[in-house]
Design a protein around this ligand. Structure first.
Ligand code: DLL
Length: 433
């Protein structure tokens, strides 16, 4: 287990981290220049050569890489190693356009699994634990990443993949699973089902959850923790950069430490590309320092986030990223106002609703409409129309004060909104603009 808590790296001083990053960055830029003609061309267009990049301070001289570049270069245009040295691909679901295909050498897979192992150890995992991996396996990175990390820590790994909720619960109970890895929306579904089965938190052997792959609120964390009797830790990553484990939460449960010896994060203004100071909200950009097969420099994630460097009670010194608020491309612009689904979720959970909701946006007579379908709990369900009207009114007011615009709220029956086994689909945008 100790191999995956590395205080000499995770608790290193800023100067030591800088030194590691400077050395690796120079090598990585040279590797990309020599082996990725697509990015070399971008550097040439900007008039930058590897000699210009001597330290992290020079990072801002490098051009950005965006999802559009990945599509442009699909499938092999950004691969930095001969294909004979690549051993795996993983891929995104492609819901927002063409799939992203990322490549890995064996070294890249080891590095990725090490990052996931650090996350499991930070959540209290040891070789005594039974770790159930209920993220999807296959092209999605969630299953394979946490599976590899769990092996490295020496946990007894239960590769259930997502879905088949009854079987998930059977294994949790029969095998005494202590760590659950899945999306937060699936964790909420599993929690809801176990509660309905009459299981109290004391009867559920789980002690920790490692939940990520989608935005989730503090309120949702609280609700999952209470129902399952666990500590729920956030984990972040994206296929382009390997998968889960780019950043992970520690015992402080207040933001995720970025594995800074492998990735350099920056926050930029999404409009101008200007680098913003710590503590400012903007778009998260990553530079990978060790990846061989798919080395990305200054990759724009589109995730909206804040970086902070305050001292952490766990002793780790790596920079922390706050829970991403959403993606720049998730952000809805409704009647000119920026709205993130996570803001709506916060209002609902604060008023005691479960995280089962759907946001429907449309355009009627040239004006945007925002409809929020909110599922009631069994206890709230009533045929008292006055009570329902009061509930609706409270939600409309809560949403108005959070978003600054008026939404129409419909309360719907318990269990009427489809549950998700992977990443939840919360927004239906019917506008044809
Ligand atoms: O979702 C990798 C992953 C798997 C992370 C399992 C954590 C756990 P993609 O499918 O490529 O990869 O999606 C990446 O998901 O840019 C974010 O928008 C979102 N995302 C990932 N983790 C979080 C998180 C995986 N903890 C995209 N909070 C990213 C909020 C997250 N959003």
């Amino acid at each position: 287990m100790e191999r995956y808590y590395q205080p000499e790296i995770e608790c290193a001083s800023r100067e030591q981290i800088r030194e590691i990053q400077n050395e690796k960055l120079k090598k990585q830029v040279q590797h990309v220049w020599d082996n990725v003609p697509y990015y070399r061309k971008k550097m040439e267009e900007k008039g930058v050569t590897p000699a210009d990049i001597q330290s992290v301070d020079d990072l801002c001289k490098l051009p950005f890489l965006s999802k559009a570049d990945l599509r442009d270069a699909y499938p092999y245009g950004l691969v930095g190693m001969p294909l004979k040295d690549c051993v795996r691909i993983q891929s995104t679901s492609g819901t927002t356009g063409k799939r992203v295909v990322a490549f890995y050498t064996q070294h890249d897979i080891d590095l990725w699994e090490d990052c996931c192992a650090r996350a499991i150890v930070a959540a209290g995992g040891t070789d005594e634990d039974v770790c159930q991996v209920s993220y999807g396996y296959g092209l999605f990175t969630g299953g394979p990443g946490l599976n590899g990390g769990s092996h490295k820590v020496g946990c007894l790994t239960v590769p259930t993949s997502s879905g088949n909720t009854e079987r998930q619960i059977m294994f949790i109970r029969d095998l005494n699973t202590t760590i659950l890895c899945c999306t937060p929306s699936y964790a909420a579904y599993l929690a809801e089902t176990m509660k309905e089965m009459g299981l109290s938190p004391e009867e559920i052997p789980l002690k920790a959850g490692i939940f990520g792959a989608e935005a989730w609120s503090e309120e949702m964390r609280q609700s999952i923790q209470d129902t399952l009797g666990i500590k729920a830790y956030d984990i972040y990553g994206l296929t382009e950069l390997s998968g889960p484990g780019v950043a992970f939460e520690c015992s402080a449960q207040s933001g995720m430490h970025v594995n800074e010896d492998h990735f350099i994060p920056e926050i930029i203004d999404p409009e101008t590309g200007e680098v913003l100071p710590d503590g400012t909200q903007g778009e998260l950009v990553f530079t990978s320092l060790d990846k061989e097969a798919f080395p990305l420099l200054r990759y724009r994630t589109r995730d909206v986030c804040v970086l902070t460097r305050e001292k952490c009670s766990c002793g780790r010194t790596h920079v922390k990223m706050a829970k991403p608020k959403g993606r720049t491309d998730d952000m809805l612009i409704i009647r000119g106002v920026n709205v993130f689904p996570s803001q709506i979720e916060t209002v609902l959970l604060n008023q005691g609703y479960p995280a089962n909701y759907q946001i429907v946006v449309d355009r009627v007579n040239n004006s945007d409409t925002l409809d929020v379908l909110v599922e009631m709990t069994q206890e709230m369900f009533t045929d008292n129309l006055g009570e329902i009207a009061n509930r609706q009114k409270a939600l409309v007011e809560g949403l108005k004060s959070m978003l600054g615009i008026k939404a129409k709220v419909s309360l719907v029956a318990p269990k009427s909104i489809t549950r998700s086994e992977g990443k939840a689909v919360r927004v239906i945008d019917k506008r044809k603009i």
